[in-house]
Design a protein around this ligand. Sequence first.
Ligand code: ATP
Ligand code: MG
Length: 271
Amino acid sequence: MARIIAVALPKGGVGKTTTAVNLAASLAVAEQRTLLIDMDSFGASGLSLGFTEGKIRTGLFEVFNFITGLPSAIHRTELAFLDFVPSNVQSLQAEERLMRLAENRSILKNALRGAAQQYDYVILDCPPVLRGLSTNALTAADSVLVPVKSGHFSLDAVDKLMKYVDWMREVANKSLEIEGILLTMHEPNTRVTDITMRELQAKHHKHMLQTIIPKNTVLGEASFYGKPAILYDVNSRGSAAYLALAREIIARQALRKAQALASSRQFGQQG
Ligand code: ATP
Ligand code: MG
């Protein structure tokens, strides 16, 4: 069964899509079967992978309308281990309809039920608001990965997200975890970076990931050319950082599985 990771923060432009696309591509390069789903009707993760309008058959829009099941919305990508579900929202009316349908927070969870078994990881690229499609993502997810760009307003957004996660645990998904807080667009030795890091360390120490994503223009350029950074410039600092993030996430998952196995053996011996 896949580990389902929602990339979310209620703030625009912090690197959610860049993280979702490049983490998914890096997991795929590490031969982890990965499915990326674009939960944002804006469609940025599709564009970052080169999915322009003519290349999309069906997407999340049809899945939420019960026109197709999730498997029919899955598209192959340039990477053998990476599949993609686009949002496929082509008009304002379609967007409004999708928002209305997404008020039912269990649609994605139900749609993923069979499909998730064919993957090691499902990555969900969420929009910058905590309702509708994000609520669907957090209902279906095992964990939330939180990209944070240096700056005071990002810190407020982290507090808001943590409260939302607590609420989701109460009403819809009691085992929802924080995968970790990821510093993105990092510029060392600036005052605002120092303040952000100090506050995050003080408040959320246990959730901080070791990997830090540097500010690196290749990440923006690559998405402009419809490629994950790893296929555009594998030697860039951005590519290396997302490969390191994939390694960190794979290692944590391996540890989780080993602990689960050990405790089930212990339980077996006792029982
Ligand atoms: P939205 O909330 O609008 O969906 P987002 O959180 O998904 O935004 P992105 O689209 O990933 O954010 O990134 C915002 C902008 O910052 C993009 O132009 C992207 O190319 C750029 N960017 C993201 N990460 C980096 C980075 N590490 N270095 C330099 N530029 C970056
Ligand atoms: Mg985005």
